[in-house]
Design a protein around this ligand. Structure first.
Ligand code: PLP
Length: 339
């Protein structure tokens, strides 16, 4: 029998509040007249305005502590939610934190490099390194690492989005949390939808569901890769790595079936579509819940559209994972239609 017993032996530092709620969206579900939408509230993870990186960071910070590191380095776009949650996690555990933030998104907001997540990164005491998109991140990082090491620091490096075989364990564990909540709340879900970009969330969920013998389908809404096949490849590759590392322990035969939907990507990473903006307004007004224009709002728009075009049966339960991101809202106020 596949299992998740092996997961409890892996170092983990508690950073969040678990389980996050799995709650219905009654007003939106009624308005759309289709399946019941259950929102998995990972935006309420409890760390620094929340988000999906908290789960990954519990294992990554766990590994850093086991490694006796005193300094964390990680990477992201300027308004990275991952960078903000890493900064908060490092603050909580007492580690120094360096964020390498790359200018990937064309924007017109005057506070793009000072508001939103950047304000929070600064509050958590992280050191920020801004790089232009054309700059050599590898060379810069090598240099920074050399400087930190020379000054006696022991550095632990976390990849973009926390998406490696360690970070993904956060979503392996989340698969179990979802299955337990479905049983306890008598929810019969056959689909999970979420915004997907650096592959850790999707690969972790798929592997976790595989370990639990679950047939639930996972649809990753691509928000990052202009070529969706590169996201498909990244999720499949991380799935293979999880198989190599834990497949025998978990007694699973497959890391799960990768499914990517590219229809809601719009013009690019960090560029919300009209449907994204509309979806954010709709659910703020009808449910009092904040989604973001870069990630969760695109997954929300996808969910609404998939229901409207009849791709889910009415009697079905579907789960939308709210992966967080609302900390960026105040640098997107023009996109949202405000001055
Ligand atoms: C990082 C992030 C995602 C995507 O998760 P991946 O594991 O990188 O695919 C989705 N939503 C939000 C708000 C994020 O910050």
């Amino acid at each position: 029998m596949p299992n998740l017993d092996w997961l409890t032996d892996i170092p983990r530092t508690t950073l969040g509040h678990w389980p996050t709620p799995l709650e219905p969206l009654p007003n939106l579900s009624r308005e759309l007249g289709g399946p019941t939408i259950w929102l998995k509230r990972d935006d309420c993870s409890g760390l620094a305005t929340g988000g999906n990186k908290t789960r990954k960071l519990e294992y990554l910070i766990g590994a850093a502590v086991a490694d006796r590191a005193d300094t964390i380095i990680t990477f992201g776009a300027v308004q990275s939610n991952h960078a903000r949650q890493t900064a908060a996690a490092a603050a909580k555990v007492g580690l120094d934190c360096h964020l390498i933030l790359i200018r990937l998104v064309a924007h017109s907001s005057p506070n793009y490099e000072s508001g939103g997540n950047i304000l929070l990164d600064s509050l958590f005491g992280a050191q920020l390194h801004f790089l232009d998109a054309h700059e050599d991140v590898k060379a810069y990082t090598k240099n920074l690492l050399a400087r930190l090491t020379a000054s006696g620091k022991k550095v632990y490096s976390i990849p973009t989005g926390g998406s490696n075989h360690i970070g993904a364990l956060g979503y392996v564990q989340c698969a179990e949390e979802i299955i337990e909540q479905c049983e306890a709340q008598k929810i019969c879900a056959n689909t999970i939808i979420h915004a997907s970009s650096s592959a850790g969330t999707q690969a972790g969920l798929l592997f976790g569901l595989s370990c639990l013998n679950s047939q639930i389908r996972v649809i990753g809404i691509n928000v990052y890769h202009s070529d969706p096949s590169s996201l498909h490849k990244a999720v499949a590759a991380l799935g293979s790595t999880l198989m190599e590392r834990y497949g025998d322990l978990a007694e699973v035969k497959s890391p799960g079936q990768v499914e990517i939907n590219h229809a809601y990507f719009g013009e690019g990473y960090g560029q919300p579509t009209q449907e994204t903006i509309q979806a954010i307004h709709t659910v703020a007004e009808s449910e009092g819940i904040l989604f973001d224009p870069v990630y969760s709002g695109k997954a929300l728009a996808a969910t609404i559209d998939q229901i409207n075009i009849g791709n889910f049966a009415d009697e079905q339960d579907i789960i939308l994972i709210h992966t967080g991101g609302a900390a960026v809202l105040n640098v997107y106020h023009q996109n949202l239609g405000y001055k």
